[in-house]
Design a protein around this ligand. Structure first.
Ligand code: HEM
Length: 456
């Protein structure tokens, strides 16, 4: 053996390409005006320009990633952190010290604090609350009355998150406040993301004042929840106790700001995403009665006619597929961003250190290259023999990697249970005046969905 033959092979230097620039930008606003005007179509069309595409949002160059493989690579790479337009616009709400916005060692420590509450084996303990809330939702409704799906979905989402994770009682009034404040705050934050005109948002204009009021109320709400727990002197085995007792890298108690930001970072994404998804599920049940009937029949077969329980969820395969398919076509989280922390590459394209990256689970999950009859609502595409056809990362509504949603099992359990409870008791039809067009904000939801429950 010669010395030559054991020399490590140096990979040939790969010539990195500059991503193509998307057409249609205008001075000052860049592509922001297109993103603001028709964001879903704009994000979906980017795939026609390339796998990675350069955009201008105001003065910033932003890189859009358009394929499932590269969004997976992005989420799994250490070269990118949580930052960029989405997270910057959310900072006023989520703060800088909560798990959703922190990076590095602080983020790892915070995930360790919250993870036990979301582990697969922790979920059954929430079963009785989820069951109670799912049935209470349908029992509140009177046959034939008009249901305001926005407030009802928020109500059940906040109640489940608060009762399971924060052991909070009497959450109705808070759910209502949270719903109203989040709607205003998320609308304002979305505007700040797509049209980043910094100082203009500090002017004392009515829209800015309304935004600031709503933001202040959200923070007040969280302070109330924390103060109430402390005043009670109780330490139930829940996420709030874990947060209040958490220590930092030096073993010292974490500060008040971090506790506050952590509660916000769990309560707000936990209610907004679940509420939006329940609105879409109600829409689906009204618009696809054949699948509503199949859900009903499946639940009857599993329960033999008794009220559906948490323990039944595992056996509700079609119901689960209906939830997944609804999340595919109408994902609550439709846009995500990251920032490169060093000069790096994605798919052979050069990404400079500091660059903001943007991608859309909505566009990825509707891509005709990944899905046959991509716009059709077809829950059976998730059956074991067909699911193999779907490319990796073409359906990652909870993301992957170290920022993956901790709440995937918690969310799927409650969404499946709520769908089963809704479809067993009622058929749904939209009423005149219901507005089911997609309302784009930080999350996607119907504008103002109103349905009538018809008893089965
Ligand atoms: C993160 C989606 C429900 C708490 C995320 C991320 C996604 C997501 C995509 C990752 C963001 C990224 O990669 O940048 C969803 C969807 C939900 C849902 C689709 C329901 C339909 C919930 C619930 C909670 C929650 C119910 C809490 C009760 C969080 C937290 C993070 C997160 C704390 C930040 C994790 C981290 O950065 O380490 N979620 N989520 N989510 N989600 Fe969820």
């Amino acid at each position: 053996m010669t010395v030559e033959s054991v020399k490590p092979e140096i990979p040939p230097a790969v010539e990195l390409r500059e991503p193509p620039r998307a057409g249609g930008g205008v001075p000052v606003l860049g592509h922001g005006w297109r993103l603001a005007r028709d964001p879903l179509a704009f994000m979906a069309r980017l795939r026609d320009h390339g796998d990675v595409v350069r955009l201008k949002l105001g003065p910033k160059t932003v890189y859009a990633v358009t394929t499932p493989a590269l969004t997976g690579a992005l989420a799994l790479s250490n070269d990118f952190i949580i930052a960029g337009p989405l997270w910057e616009s959310l900072e006023g709400l989520l703060g800088k010290e909560g798990v959703a916005t922190a990076n590095g060692p602080r983020h790892r420590r915070q995930r360790r604090t919250i993870q036990p509450a979301f582990r697969l084996d922790a979920i059954p303990a929430y079963g009785p609350i989820m069951e109670e809330e799912a049935h209470a939702l349908t029992e509140r409704w009177k046959p034939g009355e008009t249901i305001d799906c926005t407030s009802e979905s928020f109500r059940v989402a906040v109640r489940i998150a608060a009762r399971c994770l924060l052991r909070g009682d009497y959450m109705d009034e808070r759910a209502e406040r949270l719903c109203v404040a989040l709607a205003t705050v998320f609308r304002g934050m979305y505007r700040r993301m797509v049209v980043p005109l910094g100082p203009l948002y500090s002017l004392p204009l009515p829209a800015n004042r309304e935004f600031n009021r709503a933001l202040a109320d959200l923070h007040l709400l969280v302070d109330e929840i924390v103060a109430e727990r402390r005043a009670s002197g109780q330490k139930p085995d829940d996420l709030l106790t874990a947060l209040l007792e958490a220590t930092d890298e030096n073993g010292d108690p974490i500060g008040e700001q971090e506790i506050h930001d952590q509660v916000v970072a769990i309560l707000t994404p936990g209610s907004e995403t679940i509420a939006s998804t329940i609105m879409w599920l109600l829409h689906m049940l009204a618009e696809h009665p054949e699948h509503a009937d199949r859900v009903h029949d499946e639940v009857q077969a599993v329960t033999g006619g008794r009220p559906v329980a948490f323990a039944d969820v595992r056996g509700l395969r079609h119901t689960n597929n209906v939830v997944v398919e609804s999340m595919r076509l109408s994902p609550a989280v439709w846009i995500l961003t990251r920032r490169a922390v060093r000069d790096t590459e994605l798919g052979g394209y050069r990404i400079p250190s500091g660059a903001d990256i943007i991608y859309s689970p909505y566009a990825i999950q509707r891509d005709p290259k990944s899905y046959e009859r991509n716009l059709e609502f077809d829950p059976d595409r998730w059956l074991p023999d067909r699911v193999k056809e779907i490319p990796k990362h073409a359906m990652s509504p909870f993301s992957v990697g170290n920022r993956k949603c901790p709440s995937d099992h918690f969310s799927m359990a409650q969404l499946t249970l709520v769908t089963a409870a809704l479809a067993t008791r009622y058929r749904f039809e939209q009423v005149p005046g219901s507005k089911d067009a997609t309302r784009v904000g930080i999350t996607l939801r119907p504008h103002d969905l109103r349905v009538r429950p018809v008893p089965r």
